[in-house]
Design a protein around this ligand. Structure first.
Ligand code: SF4
Length: 215
């Protein structure tokens, strides 16, 4: 009997199905892709891993429970519902898998990413972000970096970021693809944390990571 069969009400079934969907999308699919696309290269990075503290790769392996627990935070679940709604309302392709392989320091390195929305006719990728509020500094630097990496992976001309928030919807466009040299710099980037002003504060590993900059 699966855990879904244990649900007694429609509401319980819905929450369980959402949780299963998120586990598949953010955890099982990554594991499967790492196995499928990582076998013939020395290193594999997902796009999000190039945009964050390098120590998180190790933390994820050591404490997979903390990553899974984060999926059940209301903000993350709501964000996923927004993603599903936005993707289903666009006529473009969504959840598009792309990858490229580079040589760096004699090693074969593969970069893999799943693009929220890809519009082949306009050669544009779209990154959808759910946020609590709109800040004066949106689009945020790490979101721009992520979008530019997706544009490069897809050989797209440009990227857009769509912020969906309770304060309003704001879209940004004309974000240029990153170039290959900058991707190589990111691969070598060992910054811990990568975004010192805020990254540790929002990190799920803060209570077990000796390198955090909380104090
Ligand atoms: S707590 Fe800070 S240093 Fe540790 S993994 Fe998280 S972001 Fe990196």
């Amino acid at each position: 009997m699966s855990s879904l069969d244990e649900a007694e009400t429609l509401g319980e079934r819905f929450i369980r199905e959402l949780a299963d969907h998120m586990m598949r999308k953010y955890h099982e699919r990554h594991e499967e892709l790492r196995k499928r696309l990582g076998g013939d290269v020395d290193e594999l990075y997902f796009v999000h891993e190039l945009c964050e503290c390098r120590r998180k790769r190790l933390m994820r392996k050591l404490y997979p429970e903390l990553e899974l627990a984060r999926l059940f935070e209301p903000q993350i679940m709501l964000g996923e519902l927004v993603h599903v709604a936005v993707e289903s309302l666009t006529q473009s392709q969504h959840e598009v898998l792309k990858h490229k392989t580079l040589e760096e320091d004699g090693k074969k390195v593969r970069i893999v990413g799943t693009i929220d929305i890809y519009h082949p006719e306009s050669e544009t990728v779209v990154e959808v972000k759910y946020a609590r509020k709109l800040d004066s500094d949106t689009p945020l630097e790490h979101h721009k970096l992520q979008a530019s990496l997706y544009a490069w992976l897809a050989n797209a001309k440009t990227a857009e970021i769509w912020y969906i928030t309770p304060e309003g919807i704001r879209t940004y466009y004309q974000i240029e693809p990153i170039n290959e040299n900058d991707v190589k710099t990111l691969i070598k980037n060992l910054k811990i944390p990568m975004w010192p002003k805020w990254e540790c504060r929002y990190c799920q590993y803060i209570n077990v990571c000796g390198a955090n900059s909380r104090f």
